[in-house]
Design a protein around this ligand. Structure first.
Ligand code: SF4
Ligand code: SF4
Length: 121
């Protein structure tokens, strides 16, 4: 979660954990690795030298430099149980199986089709 204090905004930036992660491939010291269990791309603070190349490589702005640590930070999926999804009171953030990311949209369109059929009956 990133806070834009001057604008009074709190914005969740969700890393898509790209299969071919730009951040991971761009890192010159291999500080970003794949967590095979969760699919998360993980930054090793011990290896990261704070060069910020990954922040340029990520097209979504979801990996950011932390001036106080001199390292970058990104979503690590909280070991497969993301705190953001648990904390969201309106279920605006959900954590779903990567194989089924389009399922809810399919369900919603199917429900609309049902309504249209019933209205025409
Ligand atoms: S930080 Fe960006 S490039 Fe890296 S996995 Fe996440 S969305 Fe992809
Ligand atoms: S800031 Fe760290 S993780 Fe990002 S490219 Fe540089 S060394 Fe790699």
């Amino acid at each position: 979660m990133f806070n834009f204090h001057d604008q009074g905004r709190f914005v969740p930036y969700t890393c898509t954990q790209c299969d071919e992660a730009w951040c991971l491939h761009a890192c010159p010291v291999d500080a970003i690795s794949l967590d095979a269990a969760t699919g998360a791309k993980i930054v090793s603070d011990a290896v990261c030298v704070g060069c910020k190349v990954c922040t340029i490589a990520c097209p979504f702005g979801t990996i950011n430099y932390n001036q106080s640590t001199g390292k970058v930070m990104k979503c690590d999926l909280c070991e497969g149980d993301p705190e953001c999804a648990k904390a969201c009171p309106t279920d605006a953030i959900t954590f779903v199986d990567a194989n089924w990311t389009g399922l809810e949209k399919m369900r919603s369109w199917a429900a609309k089709t049902d309504s249209a059929v019933q209205a025409g009956a």
